[in-house]
Design a protein around this ligand. Structure first.
Ligand SMILES: [Zn+2]
Ligand SMILES: [Zn+2]
Length: 101
């Protein structure tokens, strides 16, 4: 189940469970859409994967018998991207789309 990390790893903006701008990679590195588009160029600095919008988790248990949601993670991961390191990663990817990486 998704951890729902509480903030953007780059800019530390709050990203609550219902944030429409929360984006995740395949290993759930979590960034805001602004950082994905303008800083990361849709390349995860940790795993080189692309990003998709993080699904909103319902606030209530609407479905009888469904698993209980654990509370969202409160562990802040704040690791601002180093521009030079990220530029080198983007160069090595050479324009490949996420499905070609
Ligand atoms: Zn951000
Ligand atoms: Zn990642």
């Amino acid at each position: 189940m998704l951890e729902l990390r509480p903030t953007c790893e780059n800019c530390n903006r709050p990203l609550p469970r219902d944030a429409p701008e929360a984006m995740i990679c395949t290993i759930e590195c979590t960034f805001c859409r602004d950082c994905v588009d303008t800083v990361l160029s849709n390349v995860c600095p940790n795993c080189a994967g692309g990003f998709e919008r993080r699904p909103v988790r319902p606030a209530h248990a609407w479905v009888e018998g469904a698993p209980q949601f654990p509370p969202p993670s409160t562990l802040v991961v704040h690791k601002p991207v180093d521009p030079a390191t990220h530029a080198a990663l983007i160069a090595s990817i050479g324009g490949r789309s996420p499905s070609q990486r």
